[in-house]
Design a protein around this ligand. Sequence first.
Ligand code: ZN
Length: 142
Amino acid sequence: MNNVKRIDYPFLPNNKLIRYVPKDDPFILIAKQFSKKYSKGKITPYAVVIVKEGEVIGSAANRGEYEDGFKNHPVPFAIRDVDLEENPIEGADLYLWGHWWFCQDCWDAMNEARIKGVYLMEDSEILFNKDHPDNIIGRQFE
Ligand SMILES: [Zn+2]
């Protein structure tokens, strides 16, 4: 079961929602490992995997800190990572580990690619939110 939470995101398009998976979800774990290995964000390492029919078809980690802007955000890089001849991206799902919302540019990229499901790890809005007292920023991999 994917629970839909009421979370006050800084941005969320009308008629879109973010679904949540457990911390041990296999695709969230792949995104976490990818982030650990490849993210250039020292404060907020995070990564995206794109999944279709049970297989990862694209992935990317952030190339700088989140606040440095869209050019560092992994969503468009993960979309571009997909080999469209091998794997039509339409209807694929996107999993992000290490952050708790998506900016408008990332939503636009997901909509344009016709990504179907958008998933975060449960409690992301606490664990990866700098403004939450219980966040784990700076010790994400401990
Ligand atoms: Zn973004």
